[in-house]
Design a protein around this ligand. Structure first.
Ligand SMILES: [Zn+2]
Length: 406
């Protein structure tokens, strides 16, 4: 892994590694499947965005998935500035071999090995004792290390695993050669306080023997807490965050990459960490994903929804004209919008209507302003949002009325 992004950033204690799993966890959820061509396009966009690790798929899932990972890596394989490419593998040799076949064209490759560790996963899914789970984790990580310098180990359903057993499995995986230890909240069950305490416990247990291991978080959004839990994990010392564009993923999704990254940036004074993400590319990446998966972004979605920087209410518009900081905590340009967006509707004030009309070539003054504003309110009650064409119609109609009256 010499020269990879991970080597460079792992030496900076305040740098958070952004692990993107849009094309694996995201793509495996209903409604978000992507064609190989779509994945190649997304892969280029994610590289431009600046993700550190790109989980391009689950090679053993099908021969098609294995081919698709190879296609995503494609021409980026030899680019030194590119991300590390990753394939998910169950803790079995066949899966690890499939990941190796998919990724052997690049030196910047990671194998992500997982096994369920919680009582319910051990008993119902794996039918294994805790000792058997631990032994298989160690065996598979050691095997993965024969093909990969960079191995990540995940304890699936970690949050519902007995903390002491979880620490034992993770430490054993580190001993077998895993350099990243992931603690997934597979079912989206954790709360922010709880997850921070768990990481503090795990770090205190494992760090003394493995000072360079990187702890990772992977949160699901079943209770709407994925981003909050990820931020809490980072505060507790985690330095890799697994996330997806637009928060797509199994069931209610994963932590949204754009939300985690912007929270770290906007509240930098609190978190004190950085990422390698070019935030000005967040919007275009989000829209590309929306387009290739035919899934519209909900308008009030944080960071990338079309309402994220839109203002309709008169009091808010008035404040925004005076100083955008009155109602905005970040600049729209920082995430890729060209500016704030003023929507004219029944909540808008006289100043906003007058300013927009002026831009459109209709300077409203005196009675014309009064008449136009009254007509605007009536029309807004009827149809909601007033676009430029509607506003022009109102301005010309009231102008004519004013002439007739004179
Ligand atoms: Zn997941």
């Amino acid at each position: 892994m010499t020269g990879s992004i991970i080597d460079r950033v792992a030496t900076d204690p305040n740098r958070v590694i952004v692990f993107d799993t849009t094309m694996r966890d995201g793509e495996q959820a209903p409604g978000f499947s992507m064609s190989p061509d779509d994945k190649v396009r997304m892969g280029r966009a994610l590289k431009a965005l600046g993700v550190d690790v790109m989980e391009a798929g689950f090679a053993a899932a099908s021969p098609g998935d294995e081919d698709c990972i190879r296609a995503v890596v494609g021409e980026m394989a030899e680019d030194d500035s590119g991300p590390v490419f990753c394939s998910l593998s169950r803790a079995i040799e066949g899966d690890i071999d499939a990941s190796y076949r998919a990724l052997r064209g690049t030196k910047r490759r990671r194998c992500h090995v997982f096994i369920g560790t919680s009582p319910i996963h051990r008993a119902a899914k794996l039918r294994m004792t805790p000792d058997q789970v631990l032994a298989q984790a160690v065996r598979s990580v050691a095997y993965a290390r024969t093909h990969f310098h960079d191995v990540e180990f995940s304890a699936e359903d970690a949050i519902r695993t007995e903390p002491q057993f979880l620490a034992e499995v993770l430490e054993a995986a580190a001993g077998a050669g895993a350099s990243t230890l992931n603690v997934p909240d597979t079912v989206g069950y954790a709360t922010p306080d709880e997850i921070a305490s768990l990481y503090r416990f795990l770090i205190a247990q494992i760090r003394p023997n493995f000072p360079n291991v990187i702890f990772s978080t992977h949160c699901h959004n079943d209770l709407g807490l994925a981003v909050a839990n990820s931020l809490s994990a980072i505060e507790a010392g985690v330095r890799q965050v697994e996330s997806t564009v637009n928060g797509i993923g199994e069931r209610a999704g994963n932590a949204a990459l754009e939300e985690v990254v912007m929270a770290l940036r906007v509240r930098a004074e609190r978190y004190g960490v950085t990422t390698g993400i070019d935030t000005t590319k967040l919007l275009e990446t989000s829209r590309m994903l929306s387009e290739v998966t035919h899934s519209p972004i909900v308008r009030n979605k944080a960071i990338v929804g079309i309402n994220a920087f839109a203002h309709e209410a008169g009091i808010h518009q008035h404040g925004m004209y005076a100083d955008a900081r009155t109602y905005e905590i970040m600049r729209p340009e920082d995430v890729g919008f060209s500016g704030s967006f003023f929507v004219l509707g029944k909540h808008s004030g006289r100043t906003a209507v007058q300013k927009r009309a002026e831009v459109l070539g209709y300077p409203l003054i005196g009675d014309h302003l009064n008449d136009a504003f009254a007509a605007f309110k009536t029309r807004a009650d009827e149809i909601g949002e007033i676009d430029d064409a509607e506003l022009i119609a109102i301005c010309t109609a009231t102008q004519r009325d004013a002439h007739v009256a004179a």
